[in-house]
Design a protein around this ligand. Structure first.
Ligand SMILES: [Cu+2]
Length: 427
């Protein structure tokens, strides 16, 4: 007897990737040489020890279990089930997770390898995970000649109003990060964007083998000193010049300060999650503290909107901003876009600056709009990067498309998850 297991979240090369949100899968008898009639099998986690783990259910739920019994018809027709990553058991390597189909006697009659691909805290990556990420990033930059240019040229002064200062700040940046992550995954599908928890010490991130540090002597300038052979050694923030320049204004043995001069600065996670008492209108003020202050904790391009995305640290900083939003959404059940506490365009409509911030607005640059006050150009990469594992959010995402990223209210997930934010269906 043989059982064939297929996942919806599979790319054309046959590689499957899941997160915490369940995805549809099927099992069928592909070779029925056992006793005639239907076959009883059990689906079970079959991954490597310490690797990604999976859970199963018959319906899309947040109550998946480690085993699931199925009866497969003798005629080979498919039986549907749902599979999800087992929260807090992400993969570290491609295909270190697997679904095994077991017969009652105990033999494995089918197997489907996959990856539980999750965005993780940068300082908790294995050296192999870190290096895969850096290698993909270096290739995307390609010494300043690669597609990274297009991302660098998206987060600029002329797009400031599209992406900042209004309620669309979190959704626009969620889209921007996902677009970049998908571009990295086109290079290495096992990569997920790590995040920098700026409210915790992260000396492992500002280490030579990761994002590096400038010379200890400020007189030598702020150019990051990468060891020879590092994937970002020849990173160019612009095609012809400018390596990465960055100098922390705080001691990297600790986190940036939570307050400066009595004012909130890089406030910690608990203080961030408490902003606005569960209402988006107040929560989005996190754009200033901690987000803006995390940027200004450095000298260098990363501390200013028009240049920040030249430094790849931008994307780890913003992955944490996005994670905080995702965590807040989970904590407060803020996944229904129609709930004004989930998304709220506050204050009077102030055209034209709030263009791109209303719930059903498409967003520049993915919408291709070059009508002022938007930028009068579109970066060369064009519409939003597609994913082989999910159809969402489409080529021209709206603000709404970014909110329920796990598909809690139905529909497919956007295809990313954070290591400490579960999938939960709630009343
Ligand atoms: Cu930012």
């Amino acid at each position: 007897m043989k059982v064939e297991i297929d996942l919806e979240a599979t790319d054309p090369q046959g590689r499957s990737f899941i997160g915490w949100a369940p995805v549809r899968a099927t099992a069928r008898l592909s070779e029925a040489n056992g006793p005639p009639g239907p076959a009883d099998i059990t689906l079970r986690n079959g991954g490597l020890a310490g690797g990604g783990r999976v859970v199963f259910d018959l319906q899309r739920s947040d109550a998946g279990t480690a085993e699931l019994r199925l009866t497969l018809p003798a005629d080979g027709s498919e039986v549907e089930f749902q599979v999800a990553g087992d929260f807090q058991h992400p993969s570290t390597d491609p295909d270190d997770a697997a679904i095994d189909a077991i017969v009652p006697a105990g033999g494995v009659v089918g197997r489907c390898e996959l990856m539980v691909r999750i965005r993780k805290n940068a300082v908790k990556l294995t050296p192999a995970e870190r290096d895969r990420f850096l290698l993909a990033l270096g290739k995307l930059n390609d010494d300043g000649a690669g597609p990274f240019q297009s991302f660098r040229d998206t987060h600029v002064d002329s797009s400031r109003a599209e992406a900042h200062g209004y309620p669309g700040f979190p959704p626009w940046h969620r889209a921007y990060l996902l677009d970049l992550e998908r571009s990295l995954q086109a290079i290495d599908p096992a990569v997920a964007l790590p995040y920098w928890r700026f409210d915790e010490p992260a000396p492992g991130l500002f280490a030579p083998e990761f994002f590096g540090m400038p010379s200890a002597d400020p007189a030598q300038g702020d150019v990051i000193q990468f060891p020879h052979g590092h994937a970002l050694e020849f990173w160019k923030t612009d095609p012809t010049h400018d390596p990465i320049e960055r100098r922390p204004r705080y001691d990297i043995a600790v986190a940036p300060p939570q307050s400066v001069g009595g004012q909130p600065f890089v406030i910690d996670q608990a203080a961030t999650l408490a902003l606005g008492s569960g209402r988006y209108r107040g929560f989005r003020m996190m754009e200033i503290a901690p987000h803006g202050n995390a940027h200004t904790s450095f000298d260098g391009p990363v501390n200013s909107v028009p240049t920040a995305a030249k430094d790849p640290l931008f994307f780890l900083l913003h992955a944490n901003v996005d994670r905080l939003w995702a965590f807040w959404q989970w904590l407060n059940r803020r996944t229904d876009p129609n709930d004004p506490d989930t998304y709220h365009l506050s204050g009077p409509v102030r055209p034209p600056n709030n263009i791109g911030h209303k719930l059903d607005d498409t967003m520049w640059p993915w919408n291709g709009s070059t009508t002022p006050p938007r930028p009068t150009f579109v970066p060369p990469r064009g519409s939003f990067a597609s994913s082989p594992i999910t159809a969402r959010p489409g080529a021209q995402p709206t603000v709404r498309d970014m909110i329920d990223y796990q598909g809690v209210h139905g529909g497919a997930a956007l295809g990313f998850d954070y290591d400490d934010v579960p999938f939960e269906l709630r009343p």
